[in-house]
Design a binder for this molecule. Structure first.
Ligand code: PLP
Length: 237
């Protein structure tokens, strides 16, 4: 596996997908999903041109931060976040992708207040209504978005989704399109422009080109950069 080559190949496919959709490739950010990767692999990814790393697990985030493995890149939290771990994440990452409840939102707001900062967040939507997945169901989204826009120490930046793993090209396009509509609805209901709500975090190794065709501004890619991951043995977060 050649990480540098993979980064280049994915970046090229992102640019091609954006151009095919009549979009500016600069509108789409590649976030490397670094779960299970070592400090050295994270460093190598950054050296290969990765500008954003997405971390799933608080423990790995903390370890990579302590090792200064992300130096030169921005860090996002993309995994399920438990309220009792908010302290280890707020203020340490540029963007939390996975806010899916009022309780979590309020905990992030309170911690950001304590630290005297404003935390950028996305709301995670369970767009395919999967029992096994986190994310707020679509009908709960307007209320959670309104709440987020009212939190003084949280800046709502957009939405995130993890649709089912797709094996067939085009399979997830309907979900990506739904996500874009959800974002447009939120923007339409905003009474002022105090925050820029324009981020759509969607698309992974199997479907990022489809996600870009439907408006993704950030794709989270692991396997296509780092190769297959070993099966998960411990708890997921
Ligand atoms: C692992 C992970 C990804 C990347 O998945 P790949 O299929 O390996 O590209 C993206 N988003 C989240 C939230 C993840 O946990």
């Amino acid at each position: 596996m050649d990480l540098t080559q993979n980064v280049k190949a994915v970046q090229e496919k992102i640019a091609a997908a954006a151009l095919a959709a009549g979009r500016d490739p600069a509108e789409v950010t590649l976030c490397a999903a670094t779960k299970v990767q070592t400090d050295d692999t994270v460093r190598a990814a950054v050296a290969a041109g990765i500008r954003v790393c997405g971390e799933n697990r608080v423990q790995e985030l903390t370890a990579h931060l302590e090792a200064d493995a992300y130096a030169g890149a921005e860090v996002h939290f993309i995994g399920h976040l438990q309220t009792n771990k908010v302290r280890q994440v707020v203020g340490r990452v540029a963007l939390i992708h996975s806010v899916d409840s009022e309780k979590l939102l309020r905990a992030i707001d309170a911690q950001a207040d304590k630290l005297g900062l404003i935390q950028d967040v996305l709301l995670e939507v369970n767009v395919a209504r999967e029992e096994s997945k986190g994310g707020i169901l679509p009908e709960g989204l307007p209320a959670l978005a309104e709440l987020a826009l009212g939190c003084p120490h949280v800046r709502l930046r957009g939405l995130m989704a993890i649709p089912p793993v797709s094996t067939v090209t085009g399979e997830n396009r309907k979900y990506f399109a739904e996500m874009r509509h959800f974002l447009v609805d939120i923007i339409g209901k905003m009474s002022d422009n105090h925050s820029v709500v324009d981020c759509l975090s969607m698309g992974m190794s199997g479907d990022y080109e489809d996600a870009i065709a439907e408006g993704a501004t950030l794709v989270r890619v692991g396997t296509a950069l780092f190769g297959p991951r070993p099966p998960v043995t411990g708890p997921a977060h």
